[in-house]
Design a protein around this ligand. Structure first.
Ligand code: 13P
Length: 264
């Protein structure tokens, strides 16, 4: 296995409040900061924009990363409701999700917009986490790999090899998000290998360095098996990231993967 540093990210989506966030972050710091201080893995949370300041203050210097769930592709101006990458920089965010299926579906985000957001993040030195995934209908029609690899290529074509090493991809099958249904470890691994193939089609020399996370009903109970796969470099966790014990277990599984890779 190539030694890519495991990455476990929580996506809080539109959940939380000042009090609950503090409880969750302090609980996880207590249970899991030791795992991070050993190095070898990275972990963090994508928080709603109003709580970026709270996350920055609470997590700075702890080893945990904090990130945003979306950004604008525009630098500034008359874009009501949008948040620029420069604003994210003000809160020292480490990463930002791009093209989450909930935004593709609810806000009709296009591949072109997603590619532009990704460029804006790279220019701001913020790690983009590109989310891709197929619907149940597409999977049942045998189009899953074509759809997912198409999303990858549409977002990443035109990037340099160096830029490709400064992002992560998250494979999140839409039918597995929030449903309790997880892709089997074998099916997820097969898709991750296809995604890595698509990355190799862009820049073969660096495809092995790009982290590909799995998302879709990841829990402590299935994270071990998922993170044992050669191309599953960690997780993007929704519901379970709001539960202290569940998220701690997922971080443990990522830590074990780091150990197996000889990173500790
Ligand atoms: P769940 O873990 O709740 O299925 O959500 C996955 C997800 O969408 C993370 O971005």
């Amino acid at each position: 296995m190539t030694a890519r540093q495991p990455l476990a990210l929580g996506n809080w989506k539109m959940n939380g409040d000042m009090v609950a966030n503090e409880q969750l972050m302090s609980g996880l710091l207590e249970s899991s900061a030791g795992l991070l201080s050993a190095g070898g893995l990275q972990a963090g949370f994508a928080v709603p924009a109003p709580y970026l300041f709270q996350a920055a203050v609470r997590l700075k210097g702890t080893g945990f990363l904090w990130g945003a769930q979306d950004c604008s592709d525009q630098p500034k101006g008359a874009f009501t409701g949008e948040v620029s990458t420069a604003m994210l920089q003000d809160f020292e965010v480490n990463f930002c999700l791009v093209g989450h299926s909930e935004r593709r579906a609810r806000h009709q985000e296009t591949d072109a917009q997603i590619a532009a957001k990704l460029q804006a993040l790279l220019s701001a030195n913020i790690l983009p986490v590109l989310c891709v995934g197929e619907s149940l209908a597409q999977r049942e029609a045998g189009q899953a790999a074509e759809v997912v690899c198409g999303q990858v290529k549409a977002a990443l074509k035109g990037l340099s090899a160096d830029q490709l090493t400064r992002l992560a991809v998250a494979y999140e099958p839409i039918w597995a998000i929030g449903t309790g249904k997880t892709a089997s470890a074998d099916d997820a691994q097969a898709m991750h290998a296809q995604i890595r193939g698509a990355l190799a089609g862009l820049h073969p020399q660096v495809a092995n360095q790009v982290r590909i996370l799995y998302g879709g009903s990841v829990k402590a109970s299935n994270s071990q098996e998922l993170f044992a796969q050669p191309d599953i470099d960690g997780g993007l966790v929704g519901g379970a990231s709001l539960d202290m014990a569940d998220m701690s277990g997922i971080l443990q599984a990522a830590h074990q993967r780091a150990g197996r890779l000889g990173l500790l």
